[in-house]
Design a protein around this ligand. Structure first.
Ligand SMILES: *[C@@H]1O[C@H](CO)[C@@H](O)[C@H](O)[C@H]1NC(C)=O
Ligand SMILES: *[C@@H]1O[C@H](CO)[C@@H](O)[C@H](O)[C@H]1NC(C)=O
Ligand SMILES: *[C@@H]1O[C@H](CO)[C@@H](O)[C@H](O)[C@H]1NC(C)=O
Ligand SMILES: *[C@@H]1O[C@H](CO)[C@@H](O)[C@H](O)[C@H]1NC(C)=O
Ligand SMILES: *[C@@H]1O[C@H](CO)[C@@H](O)[C@H](O)[C@H]1NC(C)=O
Length: 302
C-alpha cells in the first residue's frame, strides 16, 4: 500500500514537472566564435506557455554548468515598461542586448580573454502571480580565436655558455613559428601548450638580426632581436648582448570566418557567413611595441 502510494506520488510529480515545462523552449546556438580582445554576443531566445506576462522577470546567465554554475549576469524587470536592471555583471563586462519582454535574453560580453572560453547558460524566471522558470540545458560553447601575437622574444645563455634565441607567441589556431637570421644557426626546438608556442634557435654564432615570424590563418606577427658580441680591451672579454625587440609588425590578414551557428530550436538556422564578401587587404598595423628590451652584460675572464 505504502509503496503504491509513493509510486503514485512520484508519477504525479513527474506529470506535474512535464506540464510545467510544456510550452517552454530556449533557442541557443551550440557554439559561438569570438576573437580575443573583441566583443561577442551570445544569442538566446525563449518561448513560454503563459499567454501574457507583465510582472517581474529575471534574466540570468551562468557559466560552466547549468543550474548551479557561477552567475555572471543577472537583471530584473518588474513590469513591461520597466528596463531590465542589472544586478550582477561580473567585472562589468556583461550586458543584456536582447529585450527580455520580447523573449530575447541575448548577452554581450566585452573584451574577451582566453579564460572566457567556457559554456554559457541562459535562464528566465517569472514571479508575481505566475511563478515559473526555465533554463537552457545545452548551453553555448564560446570558442575563442586570435591572430598571432609575439609574447616574448629574447636571447639567453645556456649552461654550456652557448647562446640561444627564444620566441614565444600565442594565437588560435596555434601559430607556426619560423626563425630567420644569419646562416648556420638552424638548430631549433619547439614546445607548445594550449594557445602558446615557443621556438628556440640554438647555438647562435653569428652577430646580426634574428627575426621570429608567427603565423596562423588570421594573420602574422613578427619580432626581432639583435645579437652582438664583441671584445673589449684590458685583458678581459666584455661580452655584451644587446637585445632589442622592435617593430613587431602585425599584418592582420583578412579574416574570413564562417560562423555557422546551428540553433538548438528546430526552426532556426543561422549561417553567418562572410566568405562571399570581396576579399580586401586590411590595414597594415604597425604595433611598434617593445616587448622586451634588455641590455645584458656578461663579464668573463680568460
Ligand atoms: C552542480 O551540479 C553537479 C551535477 O548535478 C554536481 O556534480 C556539482 O557538485 C554541483 N556543484 C555545486 C557547487 O553544487
Ligand atoms: C535578440 O536581440 C539581439 C540583440 O538586440 C538581436 O540581434 C537579435 O536579432 C534578437 N533575436 C531575435 C530572434 O529577435
Ligand atoms: C581571466 O583573465 C583576465 C585577463 O587575462 C584576468 O583579469 C581575470 O582575472 C581572469 N579571470 C579568471 C576567472 O581567472
Ligand atoms: C621572456 O623570456 C625570458 C626567458 O625565458 C624571461 O627571462 C623573461 O622574463 C621573459 N619576459 C617576459 C616579459 O615574459
Ligand atoms: C643547417 O645549416 C647548415 C649549414 O648552413 C646546412 O648544411 C644544413 O642543411 C641546415 N640544416 C637544416 C635542417 O636546415
Amino acid at each position: 500500500m505504502g509503496d503504491a502510494g509513493l509510486f503514485l506520488t512520484c508519477l504525479l510529480c513527474l506529470v506535474k514537472k512535464g506540464i510545467s515545462s510544456k510550452g517552454w523552449s530556449m533557442h541557443v546556438p551550440s557554439e559561438v566564435t569570438g576573437e580575443v580582445g573583441k566583443t561577442i554576443t551570445l544569442p538566446c531566445t525563449f518561448t513560454h506557455p503563459h499567454n501574457t506576462f507583465d510582472k517581474t522577470l529575471t534574466a540570468i546567465w551562468r557559466v560552466k554548468e547549468p543550474y548551479n554554475g557561477t552567475v555572471v549576469f543577472k537583471c530584473v524587470t518588474h513590469s513591461s515598461s520597466d528596463l531590465c536592471k542589472t544586478t550582477v555583471s561580473m567585472k562589468n563586462r556583461y550586458k543584456l542586448l536582447g529585450n527580455p519582454r520580447q523573449n530575447n535574453l541575448s548577452l554581450q560580453i566585452d573584451s574577451l580573454a582566453w579564460n572566457d572560453s567556457n559554456r554559457y547558460f541562459c535562464r528566465v524566471e517569472f514571479s508575481g502571480d505566475v511563478h515559473d522558470k526555465y533554463e537552457s540545458r545545452m548551453g553555448i560553447r564560446l570558442h575563442l580565436i586570435a591572430p598571432p601575437r609575439i609574447v616574448n622574444i629574447s636571447v639567453q645563455t645556456g649552461e654550456d655558455h652557448a647562446f640561444r634565441a627564444t620566441c614565444t607567441a600565442e594565437g588560435e589556431p596555434l601559430p607556426t613559428l619560423t626563425w630567420a637570421g644569419p646562416q648556420s644557426s638552424n638548430i631549433t626546438s619547439v614546445s607548445s601548450a594550449a594557445h602558446r608556442i615557443t621556438k628556440e634557435l640554438q647555438r647562435l654564432v653569428h652577430d646580426g638580426k634574428y627575426t621570429c615570424t608567427a603565423m596562423n590563418s588570421l594573420g602574422t606577427a613578427e619580432g626581432t632581436v639583435y645579437f652582438y658580441k664583441f671584445k673589449a680591451g684590458g685583458g678581459s672579454w666584455l661580452l655584451v648582448l644587446l637585445l632589442v625587440a622592435l617593430g613587431i609588425k602585425l599584418l592582420a590578414l583578412v579574416v574570413i570566418l564562417g560562423v555557422g551557428a546551428c540553433w538548438k530550436g528546430d526552426n532556426f538556422m543561422v549561417a553567418n557567413s562572410l566568405s562571399r564578401q570581396p576579399t580586401q587587404e586590411s590595414p597594415y598595423e604597425n604595433l611598434t611595441r617593445r616587448i622586451n628590451s634588455i641590455s645584458q652584460s656578461l663579464q668573463e675572464r680568460i
